[in-house]
Design a protein around this ligand. Sequence first.
Ligand code: SF4
Length: 340
Amino acid sequence: MQDNTLIVKDSADAAESAGWKRQLSRAVRDPAELCRRLNLADAWLPGAEGGHALFETCVPEAFLARIEPGNLADPLLRQVLPLGEETRETSGFVADPLEEAEQRPARGLIHKYHGRVLLIASPTCAVNCRYCFRRHFPYADNAPSRAQWREALGYLRDDDSIREAIFSGGDPLAGSDRQLGWLVGELENIAHLKRLRIHTRLPVVIPDRVDDALLAWLDATWLQTVMVLHINHANEIDQAVIDACTRLQKAGVTLLNQSVLLRGVNDSVSALEALSERLFEARILPYYLHVLDPVAGAAHFDVGDDEARELVDKLRQRLPGFLMPRLVREIPGEPSKTPL
Ligand code: SF4
């Protein structure tokens, strides 16, 4: 077996100061700057500042470049522009819609389903999606030190029903390759683990994240690796994203996608059809289409269940089965995602 730690250290030393970190540090985090850069009328600014006060704006340059300036209906802009609607209270929309606070047996670890656990591998993201179900998540309480990671790893070691570790966040790939490589090395020492799954939006919003340092530890691990990307609209997939996905595939990573059905972003048959087609051009298979989790501040994105089913029924008439995502809802306490 190759020494993952050494491989990661060498590659990380060469590339850790690489472009993606600079791009992340230069992401637009000021709503006024976002409006100015995208030629949005000043009228939007007070609302944007209200939403921003609840959940910080964060849009990296590579994602910003795919938004049409001056178009308030742009489906990528809708995902990242804070709005006054976020400050409105809506019955049933709460801070922790999936009741994850109840499912944390160790710091940095969430255990919801049989056979797999989530590790909060990084508390930050490269983009702040306005509909995010973890927009109120207490990341400060879930950023383990190395010693605390060992406690979480001990939990995995003690439960031999766990076959899959899932890096989640935040966005796990916002973490350093040195830290991620260390964690993967620790997971490889747990004999009953078979798979590593990584839930990430970073290769989409900053494709340069897929650099040599990342590929080094992905390529070196013997764990079967699945990356679940998060893409909601075909316009998110440009050539740089396709190139990043090609590199991931060459490193042996299986690529899947999960989307959220969002009002004003992808709530039409044509948008969902174009998304599946474009995903396959990037060699990514559609996996889940989630209905919105009822998180406080995101009610304006909600699409009702009947409408969601109707959209998916029509979509089925247009796409081959392997390009059909499964329409699901996550219900706290259920042993799996619930098909609609
Ligand atoms: S990247 Fe994922 S975790 Fe981060 S804000 Fe977006 S949806 Fe939430």
